[in-house]
Design a protein around this ligand. Structure first.
Ligand code: ADE
Length: 255
């Protein structure tokens, strides 16, 4: 996977990505990352990349031409028109299945905006995907690009080793991950659940699946709708929900 980032802050991208698991994958040649400084393509005296918006309004806009030339330098080098992701709160909200799907690409370009946005005309010409990382506004696209690259990288074969493998973790099958415990067996008076110490693998698997479903029902009921549960499991979920509701009603009546 080759990531190319169009940005005004290349050092931010390189520092972030050259760390930890993504850093290791870059060193092993499984990923490559280049940060193209849009300012290097501003061919004016002060290397200016922004200007006032026509029609007035607050703030400055990034101009079309430097963004376009920076993009073209990448397209020419790799010899094709790549997929270009523009990070924007107006985009489709990023999720695990998008990460999985984008990990199939050989090259991905991320366009990071700043100021009040980017001239619409260059977006129309080069952007293939408008993506948001959530319903809040950040100061620029660099952090969202790094969030996306991090989760896409994990889906590239070989980036995670077996122990880190994404198989049984949150969002696999639209369920959250079960709780985990390590030594000591007791900490602050809290004991590790007996079943995990039993060595009985079938029971451990059963407990973990139940915990995954329980957590998802409690914290992310929106995900549960798309999870593949047996009839018995759906019945359990209904029982838990009834119980939670009566607990909440009781608390309400007490307060
Ligand atoms: N740029 C600013 N805020 C953003 C967000 N929430 N997602 C993606 N890009 C952004």
């Amino acid at each position: 996977m080759n990531f190319h980032v169009l940005t005004l802050f290349p050092e931010m991208i390189l520092q972030g990505m050259n760390t930890s698991i993504t850093g290791r994958a870059i060193a092993r040649g499984l990923l490559s990352i280049e940060a193209v400084n849009i300012r290097d393509y501003a061919f004016n005296k002060h290397q200016k990349v922004d200007d006032y918006p026509y029609g007035g309004g607050a703030g400055m806009l990034m101009q079309a031409e430097p963004v376009y030339l920076a993009y073209e330098s990448i397209a020419q080098r790799i010899g094709k028109k790549p997929r270009v992701v523009f990070l924007t709160p107006q985009g489709k909200v990023f999720n695990q299945s998008m990460a999985r799907e984008m990990a199939q690409e050989e090259d991905l370009v991320f366009l990071c905006g700043h100021y009040e946005g980017i001239d619409e005309r260059v977006l129309e010409e080069i952007v293939t995907d408008y993506v948001s990382i959530g319903d809040y506004v950040l100061t620029g696209g660099e952090l969202p690009a790094m969030v996306m690259m991090d989760s896409i990288s994990r889906m590239v074969p070989g980036v995670l080793n077996n122990q880190e493998s994404g198989e049984t973790e949150s969002f696999a099958g639209n369920l959250l991950e079960y709780p985990q415990y390590s030594r000591p067996e007791e900490w602050h008076g809290k004991k590790v659940p007996d079943v995990l110490l039993s060595g009985h693998h079938a029971n451990i698997e059963k407990w973990r699946r139940e915990q995954s479903i329980l957590r998802t029902a409690r914290w992310r009921p929106d995900l549960l709708k798309n999870a593949d549960l047996t009839n018995k499991e759906w019945n359990e979920v209904r029982q838990w929900k009834k119980q939670w509701k009566s607990e909440a009603d009781r608390k309400d009546s007490e307060s």
